[in-house]
Design a binder for this molecule. Structure first.
Ligand code: 5GP
Length: 208
C-alpha cells in the first residue's frame, strides 16, 4: 500500500545478490506478484538468451559493442563482467521508477551491489543464501541450462560470493519461497518506515 503521504515517498532501491542458482529470479517474480508497487530492474546482458527468456522481459540482450557503447555514453548505472559476459543496469528506467514511488528490485552480482552501495547509499542490499552449498549445486544442475564447464565456473564463483555476504545489510536464507518473500517484503516495509525516508512527515501531520 502506498503511504497516504505519497508525495514524500520515493521508491526504494533494493539490490538482491546471491550465488547463481539460489533462486533470485524466482524470488523476485514472487515478490512482484505479491506487491504491485514493486518493479524489477531489467538488465542488459551480452550473454545469449536461455530457452524461454524474452527480450525486454528477462533481459535486454545486446552485443558486446552495443554494451560498450552504452557504457561509454553513461547509460549504465552499474555493471559487472561475470563468467565471460557483461551485465548492467540501465540508468534511466530505474531513476524514473524510483521518482514515481515504485520500489525497484535489482538482481545483480556482488560487485554490482558494492558499486550501488558506494554511489547510492540509500539503497538497501540483501543477500540470498541457499540452505546449503550442496543444495545450491543441486538447484544449479536441476536448471539444466548450462554446460558442465559453466556450472563449474558458477560454483566456483558462488563460493567466492557467499564469502562476501557480510558486506550486505540483510541476509535471507532462501529455503521456502513464501517465507523468503515474506521476509523481503518485511524489509521493504521496515525500510519505508525509517525516518530518513519520511523526513518532514510530522509537519504534514501537524498541518492537518
Ligand atoms: P544469469 O546469467 O544467471 O542470468 O546472471 C548471472 C549473474 O548476473 C547473476 O548473479 C545476476 O544476479 C547477475 N546480473 C544480472 N543482471 C545484472 C546487472 O544488471 N548488473 C550486475 N552487476 N549483475 C547482474
Amino acid at each position: 500500500m502506498i503511504s497516504p503521504f505519497s508525495p514524500l515517498r520515493k521508491g526504494l532501491v533494493m539490490c538482491v545478490s546471491g550465488p547463481s542458482g539460489v533462486g533470485k529470479g524466482t524470488v523476485i517474480s514472487a515478490v512482484l506478484s505479491r506487491k504491485t508497487a514493486v518493479a524489477h530492474s531489467i538488465s542488459i546482458t551480452t550473454r545469449s538468451p536461455r530457452p524461454g527468456e524474452q527480450e525486454g522481459v528477462s533481459y535486454y540482450f545486446r552485443s558486446k559493442a552495443e554494451f560498450e557503447q552504452m557504457l561509454a555514453q553513461g547509460d549504465i548505472l552499474e555493471h559487472d563482467f561475470y563468467c565471460d559476459h557483461y551485465y548492467g543496469t540501465p540508468r534511466q528506467p530505474l531513476i524514473e521508477k524510483v521518482s514515481q514511488g515504485i520500489d525497484v528490485l535489482m538482481d545483480i552480482t556482488v560487485p554490482g551491489s558494492m558499486t550501488v552501495m558506494k554511489n547510492y547509499p540509500e539503497a538497501i542490499t540483501l543477500f540470498l543464501l541457499p540452505p546449503s552449498f550442496s543444495e545450491l549445486e543441486r538447484r544449479l544442475r536441476k536448471r539444466g541450462t548450462e554446460c558442465e564447464t559453466t556450472v563449474q565456473k558458477r560454483l566456483q564463483k558462488a563460493w567466492e560470493e557467499i564469502n562476501m555476504a557480510h558486506h550486505f545489510k540483510y541476509v535471507v536464507v532462501n529455503d521456502h519461497l513464501e517465507q523468503t518473500v515474506d521476509r523481503i517484503l518485511a524489509v521493504v516495509e521496515a525500510e519505508h518506515c525509517r525516518y530518513v525516508r519520511q523526513s518532514g512527515i510530522e509537519s504534514i501531520v501537524l498541518s492537518k
